[in-house]
Design a protein around this ligand. Sequence first.
Ligand SMILES: NC(=O)C1=CN([C@@H]2O[C@H](COP(=O)(O)OP(=O)(O)OC[C@H]3O[C@@H](n4cnc5c(N)ncnc54)[C@H](OP(=O)(O)O)[C@@H]3O)[C@@H](O)[C@H]2O)C=CC1
Ligand SMILES: O=C(O)[C@@H]1CCC=N1
Length: 266
Amino acid sequence: MKIVFFGAGNMASAIFTGMIDKGIVKPDDIYITSKSNRVAAMEFKEELGVNVSYDDAELCKDADYIILASKPQNFSDVAKRIRPHLEEKTKLISVMAGIHISTIQEETGMDNPVARIMPNTNAMVQYSVNGIAFSDNFKNRDELIELMASFGKNVVVGEEGMDNITAATGSGPAFLYYIYEQYAKSLEELGFSKEDADKLTRNLVIGTGKTLAERSESFEKLRTDITSKAGTTEAGLDTLSESKLQEIIFETLGSARDRSKKLSER
Ligand SMILES: NC(=O)C1=CN([C@@H]2O[C@H](COP(=O)(O)OP(=O)(O)OC[C@H]3O[C@@H](n4cnc5c(N)ncnc54)[C@H](OP(=O)(O)O)[C@@H]3O)[C@@H](O)[C@H]2O)C=CC1
Ligand SMILES: O=C(O)[C@@H]1CCC=N1
């Protein structure tokens, strides 16, 4: 199998690192290229054993999958690199937010099978959530689904679901990290050192995540198990529930979804 990544940044590296660590592909199956940051690409070659090339003909030759992993704004440049060399059998997989399947087919000038996928950076620890949308002519979908299962849980959402999943789980880790940042800052305000605030918050989040991974009770049940009548948790939750947290989260996701829609206006 030959999988070529056009773009070797945060998202691409999370995916190929996750796939290699899981053992579903050999490092030699992976080819990466970037725009100009050759040092970073060479570091991946040294650390993981992947191939690095800036020869577009060599990259595209016999490729089973080309992963489009540049920023959406750079896609036209990427398409120009691929277009002269793209073979009919190659499937194009886009991780780019907001770029429609039809745009990818138009800019590459071919009617190759295209899948849009929306993973997140948890792919690096094989815990991404992957939205997927296929073009009608995409055959053997199971192979891609299996490849993607090596770095996360898949949800086939169709193209109409991509803006929402981009907001919910593509950007999602950043929203949660922001909340953890505020949590750690609040611990500092309570009097903990910066180091302890970070350690306490980090381990609180890791432990809570591990509980969610291992137990199937609802969020509500897990919460109420902690909440003693007239206890400390109840006092904190009284304050939290008076805030407009759900409204704020809903608006946050709405802004992200709207930006994804906007990115598709080309
Ligand atoms: N980061 C995330 O959490 C997620 C990102 N995405 C999507 O992934 C995509 C990449 O994001 P991210 O990894 O964060 O971005 P980065 O900036 O980290 O990486 C972008 C990569 O694209 C490369 N690139 C730019 N222009 C070209 C070109 N003409 N030819 C080849 N490579 C090129 C860059 O090379 P160079 O360094 O040399 O400039 C770089 O390696 C985006 O479209 C985003 O929407 C999707 C889900 C989550
Ligand atoms: O911020 C972005 O546009 C990308 C898409 C999802 C996560 N990062």
